[in-house]
Design a protein around this ligand. Structure first.
Ligand code: ATP
Ligand code: MG
Ligand code: FE
Length: 354
């Protein structure tokens, strides 16, 4: 079975064709991602109305490119999956409507996929990881630890109580005049900085609740920047390095607790896995911290290639494929849900249909 997947929840217009090989492994036949970063750069963040228009302009071409790169046509597609939430409502409507139009005109099953489910199932797509496993999702919009226990079985063990981790990187970059997206810029400047120069808080360290918090860290960075204004280039490097180290240690403390709980929950499991997802997984300091922790706990760290950690259509196609293989599909009037937590059945319903 070949599934066409469509992703339009934020600032990437993406489409992909994913199939299942004879050996049971998932195969990515194409993965086309058109980023809108340049459209939004001047505004220092994603502008919803601009995003929706850019998705509408790009969607047909991106789907066509995904089919072409896969060397296939709609005649050979078995189902269409589209991100239906959570995300920006305008983009969600564009992608979901495109998917439904194809499904309706071809008489194919339609799958309304939760974007977070796409991220959470990516380690199964890339590494064939078996249930159960833990996922650390760290992106611009989300920061959470999930136990993925089986098809549709998600337990949110903890999430951020304020800013997402990527958001903290982006805000720090903005504050220091480093441009957007901020994560890569902060990491670059941190490479030549002294992480011990500025003492910054490690939010939530030692808390028994598995949540994250980053707004206090961001505020502390602002206070240091104000106190040392005007900042010389070396000050910026040192502040980036100090921030990155504080963020990595805060994440490590939370993940350490999660790995302890994972072991308590599955004392006899021989192949426990922690998988990372989201754009912040690109960060070397955070990756190193996770590698050390996993080695200490005897847990395997699965870090998919970055192109599959950030938003893409392949993860949506794959989540659709798993659902299709369970005999599931969604009605063509399935709504889009700007808010749609993975582990909660009820969410406010807005948008197309009904
Ligand atoms: P979401 O997927 O939650 O809707 P998003 O589209 O912003 O949000 P991603 O595309 O997965 O998330 O990742 C982008 C985020 O990752 C940005 O916040 C960016 O700053 C951050 N990021 C990317 N590279 C790095 C890096 N090297 N270090 C730290 N953060 C990074
Ligand atoms: Mg993105
Ligand atoms: Fe995402």
């Amino acid at each position: 079975a070949l599934v066409l997947g469509i992703e339009t929840s934020c600032d990437e217009t993406a489409a992909s064709v994913v199939g299942r090989g004879a050996d049971g492994r998932a195969v990515i036949l194409s993965n086309v991602v058109l980023s809108q970063i340049e459209e939004h750069a001047a505004f220092g963040g994603v502008v919803p109305e601009i995003a929706a228009r850019a998705h509408a302009d790009a969607i047909q071409g991106v789907i066509g490119a995904a089919l072409h790169e896969a060397g296939t046509t709609l005649d050979r597609i078995s189902a269409v999956a589209a991100t239906s939430g959570p995300g920006l409502v305008g983009g969600l409507i564009v992608g979901a409507l495109a998917g439904k139009a194809i499904a309706a005109s071809r008489g194919l099953p339609f799958l309304a996929v939760n974007h977070l489910e796409g991220h959470a199932l990516t380690p199964r797509l890339t590494d064939g990881v078996r249930y159960p496993y833990l996922v650390l999702l760290v992106s611009g919009g989300h920061t959470q630890i999930l136990l993925v226990s089986g098809p549709g079985g998600f337990e949110r063990w903890g999430s951020t109580i304020d800013d997402a981790l990527g958001e903290a990187f982006d805000k720090t970059a903005k504050l220091l005049g480093l441009g957007s997206p901020g994560g890569p810029a902060v990491e670059r400047r941190a490479a030549t900085g002294d992480p011990g120069r500025f003492p910054l808080p490690r939010p939530m360290r030692g808390e028994r609740r598995l949540d994250f918090s980053f707004s206090g860290l961001k505020t502390a960075v602002r206070q240091v920047a104000e106190r040392h204004a005007p900042l010389a280039p070396q000050d910026v490097d040192d502040l980036c390095a100090s921030f990155q180290m504080a963020a990595a240690e805060s994440v490590a403390d939370r993940v350490n607790l999660a790995l302890e709980r994972l072991r308590e929950r599955f004392p006899d499991a021989s192949d426990l896995v922690l998988a990372v997802a989201g754009g912040v997984a690109a960060n070397g300091a955070i990756r190193n911290a996770l590698e050390r922790l996993c080695a200490r706990h005897g847990v395997r760290l699965v870090a998919p290639p970055l192109s599959l950690c950030t938003d893409n259509g392949a993860m949506i196609a794959y989540a659709g494929l798993e659902r299709l293989e369970m005999g599931r599909s969604d009605p063509l009037d399935a709504p889009v849900r700007p808010r749609w937590p993975l582990d909660e059945a009820a969410a406010p319903i807005i948008g197309s249909g009904r």
